[in-house]
Ligand binder design. Sequence first.
Ligand code: ADP
Ligand code: MG
Length: 257
Amino acid sequence: MGRIFVITSGKGGTGKTSSAVNLGAALNSFGEDVIIVDGNLTTPNVGLHFGAPIVPVSLAHVLSGHARIEDSIYEHDSGIKIIPTSLSLKELKRANRRNLENIARKLKRLFRYIIFDSSAGLGEEALSIMRLADEVILVSNPDMPSITDALKTIKIAEELGKPVRGVIVTRVRYDKTELTSENIIDMLEVPILGVIPEEFAVRESLAMKNPVVHTHPKSRSAEKYKEIAAKLVGRNYKAKDYKRGFWAKIASSLGLR
Ligand SMILES: Nc1ncnc2c1ncn2[C@@H]1O[C@H](COP(=O)(O)OP(=O)(O)O)[C@@H](O)[C@H]1O
Ligand SMILES: [Mg+2]
């Protein structure tokens, strides 16, 4: 029986989709049986991250009863499987979210790990995906707006009886305006699964339409995403030790990186 991880946050733009695609790509690189599903129905972009923005059959078609789940599965060159969602508003209007439970059940029979990307916020759309979770993974930036929204998300997950595995803190620039890991743990009372730095490689990978784990495998983000992915499934992977150099520290204290 498969296990569903839902990647979520309260605030938008925190790095959810980047995290979903990279955790999936990392698990795939370990040889795990994994699929990434775009649960961001209204503003999907998992397909964009893999260079497949428009596909003939998507999750929206399955939700509207026009296709079978098996027909919405695509295999990327790397071997990772994805289910994108339609960018078409017409198909989206026909989609029936009540079919999600059924789809989740089928996916759990087909795959060992299912990573659902989801939309930001705590509206019905995000909640309908959170309800499918075996484990909820939060993605937050190290600032107050992002953390307070993450806290609300944790409360909702608790109300739904969904275990929160922890938080991935992303886009960290190591400047003094940021909340520290201790601040974040104090406020959220969940473990930090890992810290992903703000890195040009992540933005570049999006332009290259491929996760950073593939495009820049030696970058810190790729290494950290691999470490987090391994932790999620009980594997051992230690990100290469990275010591921030003198100039990097100076640059970050000046807000330059
Ligand atoms: N660690 C990172 N370093 C630099 N840019 C990042 C990082 N993580 C995400 N981004 C960029 O931030 C933007 C939003 O990321 P995305 O993953 O789409 O967030 P969300 O799905 O939460 O809206 C994208 O342009 C992405 O390339
Ligand atoms: Mg997204």
